[in-house]
Ligand binder design. Structure first.
Ligand SMILES: Cc1cc2nc3c(=O)[nH]c(=O)nc-3n(C[C@H](O)[C@H](O)[C@H](O)COP(=O)(O)O)c2cc1C
Length: 409
């Protein structure tokens, strides 16, 4: 790290009150017997990273995880700090807004970090991803799971989960990095995708469902007057997160691509209120249904290309249960900058290749996504989909004053 960069980091760390190491946090949260032995190898992992906790350990051991002082505000402050550190450090926010569940951000700020999580060299990331998409490994179901250690059937989302408000003109607090799992009502095959979800009420989320597989499943259900079962998985390992973005043909379950990236079947557990299967090691699972015939205003939301996505009538998910792990419960957030772009760029590259294959060989019904063309074209198209609702740059309000290299604020 260069000197100006380092000095800015020190300045910033003082400003936000970094208090303790990740190891101290984990020691406090877990019995000593549960802790894994410290890794002794180099930056690359000898095997893929298969849990969020292992990934946090990996980052902490390389001094890439910052733990800020407890109690950072959920409205703007948390997102501002996450954005300042994105690309440099992952950040853990204990007791955000006084909430018992911590938030982590910037988990995959760099393509090289993803290579480490995969256990391959940086130049091998794409080939490894393509290999996993080509040869998925079916998941393995378990009867009980850490994700079900604590169950809430009377749901008040704002009370249960630390939901940050990211940008000045956002429509409200959002779940921004949850994996939405749905099922094809005709075939029963699952799909995994990420969708921004706005808090609409104690047990209600507004969901941006662009026309891809989950949207298609919803239309099938809605045509029959039925809701579509959905589960949002928050707090998951980086490889399952990456797998969620694979542009696979319809009825390829991205959890099986995650299994291939893990080099062993992913453990899943049946949801408590539906037939969906979710990763057993997930930190938090939000179970519910996308409602037929219901649309409510969602947005605006400051998207990662730094523009607001417009407010419009969008799909609504009613929540039936929230489950989570007992200790070290961790919600995730995404900032509007490089970490989400890093996931995108790996996937978009793969998408452009997959699309060329699809044009020749398969009947995937969604050839309109601009992510088929190239990473650069993908970003441009996403901006145009947002239609510049406010024509105002989406910059989080910040309580930090230190300018960081590479940021434009
Ligand atoms: C950080 C992040 C946020 C995203 N937010 C949304 C969103 O709000 N709505 C949406 O339709 N797609 C969103 N996407 C894109 C979809 O998750 C992605 O296109 C996914 O591959 C779709 O899955 P499918 O091809 O299986 O349908 C997001 C992707 C990322 C990485």
């Amino acid at each position: 790290m260069s000197w100006p960069c380092l000095s800015a980091m020190i300045h910033l760390c003082t400003g936000v009150g970094i208090e303790m190491s990740m190891t101290q946090i984990r020691t406090a949260l877990q019995p000593a017997g549960d802790l894994e032995p410290a890794r002794t190898h180099g930056d690359n992992t000898p095997r893929p990273i298969r849990s969020l906790r292992d990934w946090l350990d990996h980052l902490a051991a390389r001094d890439r995880l910052v733990v800020v002082k407890p109690g950072i505000g959920l409205r703007f402050d948390l997102a501002a700090i996450a954005k300042r550190l994105d690309g440099l450090r992952a950040t853990l926010f204990p007791r955000p807004g006084g909430h018992p569940i911590p938030v982590v951000s910037g988990l995959i700020s760099d393509r090289g970090w993803m290579a480490e999580a995969m256990g391959v060299e940086p130049g091998e990331v794409l080939a490894r991803f393509q290999e996993a998409a080509r040869d998925p490994i079916p998941w393995r179901e378990t009867a009980s799971a850490p994700a079900h250690e604590v169950v809430h059937r009377h749901v008040d989302l704002e009370r249960l989960l630390p939901l940050p408000t990211h940008n000045e003109h956002d429509g409200g607090p959002y779940v921004t990095a949850g994996l939405m799992i749905t099922r094809n009502p005709r075939t029963g095959k699952q799909n995994v995708s990420i969708h921004r979800c706005q808090l609409h009420g104690a047990n209600r989320l507004g969901v941006l469902l662009l026309p891809r597989h989950a949207h298609m499943f919803f239309e099938m259900a809605e045509q029959g007057g039925r809701p579509l079962e959905a589960a949002i998985v928050v707090g998951i390992d980086p490889l399952t997160l990456l797998a969620s973005q694979a542009i696979a043909p319809i009825d390829v379950d991205e959890l099986e691509i995650a299994g291939a990236l893990h080099r062993r079947p992913l453990s899943v557990v049946k949801c408590l209120t539906s037939d969906l299967r979710v990763p057993a090691d997930a930190e938090i699972v939000i179970e519910g249904r996308l409602l037929p015939g219901v649309r409510e205003p969602e947005g605006p939301f400051g998207e990662f290309p730094q523009y607001y996505g417009e407010r419009a009538e969008r799909h609504v998910m009613e929540i039936d249960a929230v489950t989570h792990r007992k200790d070290s419960r961790t919600a995730r957030t995404r900032s509007s900058t490089p970490s989400s772009a890093a996931v995108w760029s790996i996937c978009c590259w793969e998408r452009s290749r997959a699309r060329r294959r699809c044009w020749r060989t398969c009947s995937d019904p969604f050839p309109t996504s601009a992510t088929c063309i190239s990473p650069a074209a993908a970003c441009a198209a996403i901006i145009s989909m947002s239609r510049f609702a406010n024509a105002k740059r989406a910059r989080p309000k910040t309580s930090c004053s230190a300018p960081l290299p590479g940021t434009t604020t």
